[in-house]
Structure formats: structure tokens, C-alpha cells
Design a binder for this molecule. Structure first.
Ligand code: BG6
Length: 481
């Protein structure tokens, strides 16, 4: 079947930086179904050729060394541009006619990609419905929705409700680009294609789990968005909770969208609700020094750019095992890693009596040093029975033959075209995630909020976040790749 991908918000950054380069690379690898057309929609006026020309430049820049002029020339004729305003019903009528024209009445699957400002998602969906563009009488109709999906539980519910008036749940693809990352999908392989980890993957052997998404960058020119969002909405409600779900979930019976998401959602159901004093003892919040001086940040802003949370999963596998989730801007380096910290040996025979098997950990490096390391104790040669921590290293890069790891959007766009929603969030999943984040946001606005700690950029967040861990007799795994 032929396919059309319609991108709303075509003149935006995401389209030129991520979406078109990903589609181009899928085309270059021969992965896109034959007869796939791409139609960009936004308010600017462009001729088809003008848009193609500007995309050629940006794709050459963002696709880097894999860009090949000949392949681009075979890809470009499938790209079209249709000016249109999301708020204008007539634009959708014109779009409908334009699509029928280029599809020549053939049965064609369509994917509508909403890469617009989030405030326009609801209107765009209503307009698609009103113009008959969601109707599946001549091919499948799917919609991809970028994050943020709502700004709290209430708005996420409203958005779900209004989308469901137009599209069924199995037509809706809520994107979280972390799920498109190869190393995140490799967690499924690590856990469910091996038998050696599963017996250890539970409360009997695991002391705690750390999930860190550290970014060296600060907010730059994004104050308008970031100051109303903050770290919890921007990173925790989506990316960190996704990583937690995949780390904690039970094996699904089959690797299909509903089974996978069904298991992930059970993790969110099991996350223990915080109440009363928990917000002060189980959450840490910080703001990097200099945030208030960033262009566009209102004076005295209390927006957190760093957070650490201690969450528990009340189920048989994880009872009593803390999940420490941490993320921040302006940190030491860019690194996303999951650390499975195993328990100490029950009785240490060697060397210093106080030395424990703290080195028993599995480190899943999501980015940028994609790989997995197993840390364990070994004997120091020629030093009696002194031990030290050694590690076995698996480097994902070595397995792609020197080529670059595919960008997350390649996998996600292809899955949406092919109708596989396993790596997209389901409606109940986003709502449950907001249900975890909302009470923390509310507590942080109340007098019982933990202090907003200042931290210098280039460190691992506020020093108090380290003390917080040390007080629990644990330590962050602060290693830059
Ligand atoms: C986005 C956030 O969702 O993820 C950004 O809005 C953040 O603030 C980005 O920088 C991080 O993505 P990645 O893929 O670079 O880790």
C-alpha cells in the first residue's frame, strides 16, 4: 500500500533537524515502503521545489556523512509542501483535495505528524476530524503526537478525550523519542533474550536502581517553554519514567503493542504514592546558578532544573527496592545511564572488613557511550587477598561496523508507518505518569516543599543530593563516559 506522511509544523526545527533526515535515511536504506510521499504543512508560503531545496541543505547538515546526493535526488520528488493554518478549516479542505490529488485515488495509509506548538494539538485533531481526514475508508489513518502530552493530569485527560472523539486509541502514536533509542530497546533484549539476568532482577539480589539523565547543556533560548515546564515535566513525566518502566516491568507474553504497554503500565500502577513528609525526604530539587539570568526567565523563578526522586514499586518483584531517578541541566557531562546495584555479599572474607561488594553492579549506558558494563570484584595480583572492582565492557558502537547508531526518529517513524505502536505511549500510560508527577509538583508549590537548592554548573547537581544518598548509605554512580 502507498503511504503519505503529513507533517504539521513543517517549517519548525524538529522537521528539518530530525524528521526529514530520519525519513531520508530510511529511504536511503530502502526501508520506507515504495510510494511513500511526505507533505509538509505550515503557514509559510513555499513552492514544492523551494521547500525541497531548503530541506536538502538541512538534511545534508544533520544527516552528516551518510548524506548522498544521488539518494537525495531519488527521495526529493516525493516531498511536497502545502501551506495551511491549523486554525483555519478551509486549509484542511485544501489539504484534503491536495492529498487526493497526489494519491490519485489509490488506497493510501496516512500518518499525520503533529509537530506544532502543543497548544494547537487539540485544534489540529478537531480539524482533521471535521475535514474527514481521519476517516479510514481509503486506507489507514494514524496520528503521531509529540511531547509534551498535556501539562498535568487534567490537561492530558482532556487531550486524550478530545483525540478519542476523532481517532481510536490504536490510531494514536504518542511519541517519546527515548523509546526510539537503540540502547533503550536493547534493555528489552538484555532482560528478555537472556536467562542469566532474570534470576537476579528482583528484590532478593538488587539493593537499588539508579536512573540518571544528566545534560551538560543549560536552557539556552528555551526559557519561554522551560520556565513553565521545569525538569519534572520536561524529563521525568516521560523519559525517566519510561526508562523506569522498561527496567522494572515483567516480561510480556508477546512483543506486541498491547502486551508490552500493558506490562509497562502495571509498573506505574505499582509506584507508591507519596504523601505528607515523603515529599521532603524522597525528593530533591535544584536550580543551576545563573538560571535566573537566562534570557526570558522571570525574576525569582522557582523552576527546578534538577531533581532527584526516590520511588518505590509496591509489587512482588520490587518491594523495598528504591528507584532513584535523577536528571538535571548544567551537569558535569551528558550521560544517560541505568545502574542496577546488587546487594553486598552477606559476609566479606577478604581484606578490609568494612569493604563491601559495592562494585557488584550492572551499568546500562544509554548515551552517549552506548553499552553495558558488568562490575565485579577481582583479586589484586600479588597483594594477598586484597580485592578491587573490575569490569566487563560491551560497546554497542563496535557492533555497528563503525557506522553511526540510527537516530531514534528513524525507528519510530517506520514503526508508525507500519502500524506498530509498541514503542509509543498509550493513553492510560501518559495519564498514570502524570498521576505520579502532579502530586510532587503540587508539593513543591506548597510550604512543605523541600528547599530549591542552588548548584554550580559542571557538577552533578546540588551537593545536598549527594549527601541525601550518603545518608541512605548509598552513592550515586557519577562517572562521565
Ligand atoms: C527533550 C527535552 O524531550 O529531551 C529536552 O525537552 C532535553 O530538554 C532532550 O534536552 C534530551 O534528549 P536527548 O535525546 O538529547 O537525551
Amino acid at each position: 500500500m502507498s503511504n503519505t506522511i503529513v507533517i504539521f509544523g513543517a517549517s519548525g526545527d524538529l522537521t528539518s533537524r530530525k524528521l526529514i533526515p530520519a525519513l531520508y535515511q530510511l529511504h536511503a536504506k530502502g526501508r520506507l515502503p515504495k510510494q511513500t510521499r511526505i507533505v509538509g504543512v505550515s503557514r509559510s508560503e513555499f513552492e514544492h521545489d523551494e521547500w525541497r531545496k531548503s530541506l536538502r541543505e538541512t538534511t545534508a547538515k544533520f544527516a552528516g556523512k551518510v548524506f548522498d546526493s544521488k539518494k537525495w535526488d531519488s527521495f526529493a520528488p516525493n516531498i511536497y509542501y502545502q501551506p495551511g493554518d491549523i486554525k483555519d478549516a478551509a486549509s484542511f479542505q485544501s489539504l484534503a483535495s491536495f492529498l487526493s490529488e497526489i494519491e490519485e485515488g489509490q488506497s493510501t495509509g496516512r500518518v499525520y505528524y503533529l509537530s506544532t506548538m502543543p497548544q494547537l494539538y487539540q485544534t489540529a485533531i478537531e480539524q482533521l476530524g471535521a475535514a474527514g481526514l481521519a476517516c479510514e475508508d481509503n486506507g489507514t489513518r494514524r496520528v503521531i503526537i509529540e511531547k509534551p502530552f498535556g501539562t498535568d493530569l487534567k490537561t492530558a485527560k482532556e487531550l486524550n478525550r478530545s483525540i478519542h472523539h476523532v481517532f481510536d486509541e490504536d490510531q494514536i502514536y504518542r511519541i517519546d523519542h527515548y523509546l526510539g533509542k537503540e540502547t533503550v530497546q536493547n534493555i528489552f533484549a538484555l532482560r528478555f533474550a537472556n536467562s542469566i539476568f532474570e534470576p537476579l532482577w528482583n528484590r532478593n539480589f538488587v539493593d537499588h536502581i539508579q536512573i540518571t539523565v544528566a545534560e551538560e547543556v543549560v536552557i539556552g533560548r528555551r526559557a519561554g517553554y522551560y520556565d513553565t515546564s521545569g525538569i519534572l515535566r520536561d524529563m521525568f513525566q516521560n523519559h525517566l519514567l519510561q526508562l523506569m518502566m522498561i527496567t522494572a516491568m515483567e516480561p510480556p507474553a508477546r512483543f506486541d503493542a498491547n502486551m508490552v504497554r500493558g506490562e509497562k503500565v502495571k509498573v506505574l500502577h505499582a509506584v507508591r504514592k507519596m504523601s505528607g513528609g515523603d515529599f521532603a525526604t524522597q525528593t530533591v530539587r535544584g536550580q543551576y546558578a545563573g538560571y535566573l539570568q537566562e534570557e526570558g526567565v522571570p525574576p525569582g523563578s522557582q523552576t527546578a532544573t534538577f531533581a532527584a526522586l526516590k520511588l518505590y514499586c509496591d509489587n512482588w518483584r520490587w518491594q523495598g527496592v528504591p528507584f532513584y531517578l535523577r536528571s538535571g541541566k548544567g551537569m558535569s557531562c551528558r550521560t544517560t545511564q541505568i545502574v542496577i546495584q546488587f546487594k553486598d555479599v552477606p559476609h566479606m572474607l577478604f581484606g578490609d572488613k568494612n569493604h563491601t561488594s559495592i562494585g557488584n553492579r550492572l551499568v546500562i549506558q544509554v548515551q552517549p557511550a552506548e553499552g553495558i558494563q558488568m562490575h565485579f570484584e577481582t583479586k589484586v595480583p600479588d597483594a594477598g587477598m586484597k580485592t578491587r572492582t573490575s569490569h566487563l565492557d560491551f560497546n554497542f558502537q563496535d557492533t555497528v561496523g563503525g557506522g553511526a547508531m540510527p537516530d531514534a526518529y528513524q525507528r519510530l517513524l517506520l514503526d508508525a508507518v507500519q502500524g506498530d505502536a509498541s514503542l509509543f505511549s498509550r493513553g492510560d500510560e501518559v495519564e498514570l505518569a502524570w498521576g505520579i508527577i502532579d502530586p510532587i509538583l503540587e508539593a513543591w508549590r506548597s510550604p512543605a516543599a523541600p528547599p530549591l537548592l542552588q548548584y554550580q554548573t559542571g557538577l552533578w547537581g546540588p551537593p545536598e543530593a549527594n549527601e541525601w544518598m550518603l545518608n541512605q548509605k548509598r552513592e550515586w554512580f557519577d562517572v562521565c563516559p
